[in-house]
Write a protein that binds this ligand. Structure first.
Ligand code: NAG
Ligand code: NAG
Ligand code: NAG
Length: 150
């Protein structure tokens, strides 16, 4: 019984293409993110912040997500040992930050927002620079596997 009701009620919705659905509900909007982003090159140890907010209001509820090189980042920042980032999300925006960037924080960061009517995303490329060539070599050496050090 439950199963039949489920099919009758939900299957027609699943068959409607997303675009058609948004046209039917024209007063509802897909989210559009602000164009405030630029690729960045930063020195090791500096702060990185990526603030992501809507250019025009999209229909709530909004769901924000962060990705690094296409991989979803856990919202609470994960393990302090391996990641130094924090994510702070409100109903309308989200802020990604890293307090002290490390070499392996370089990559492409994507902010993705979704609601029932569509999605939008912005990606920036973050490049990390060591303070100098010698500092980089020292940094690499300090973080290399001691068994492989020459
Ligand atoms: C990034 O590098 C730091 C040392 O600079 C290391 O502790 C950490 O495990 C690395 N993280 C990843 C995800 O490789
Ligand atoms: C970041 O994106 C650029 C271009 O989209 C690509 O060439 C590069 O390989 C990406 N970097 C990483 C670490 O995935
Ligand atoms: C940012 O970097 C990516 C990949 O490195 C590149 O494809 C893109 O054009 C850059 N965007 C700007 C605004 O410079």
């Amino acid at each position: 019984m439950f199963r039949e009701n489920f099919i009758i009620i939900f299957i027609p919705f699943l068959l409607l293409p997303n675009r058609l659905l948004s046209e039917l509900l024209a007063h509802h909007q897909a989210p559009k993110l602000a164009e405030n982003i630029h690729n960045q090159t930063l020195l090791i140890g500096s702060k990185f912040k990526f603030f992501c907010y809507l250019q025009a209001s999209g229909s709530r509820p909004l769901h924000f997500e962060w990705l690094k090189d296409g991989q979803i980042l856990r919202h609470y920042g994960g393990d302090r040992q391996t990641s130094s980032y924090t994510i702070a999300t409100t109903e309308d925006d989200t802020l990604f930050s890293i307090d002290k960037i490390r070499l392996n924080d370089s990559g492409n960061y994507t902010c993705l927002v979704r609601n029932s009517f569509g999605s939008d995303s912005k990606t920036i490329s973050l490049t990390i620079k060591a303070k100098s060539h010698v500092t980089k070599q020292l940094h690499d050496w300090l973080h290399s596997d001691p068994a492989n050090r020459k």
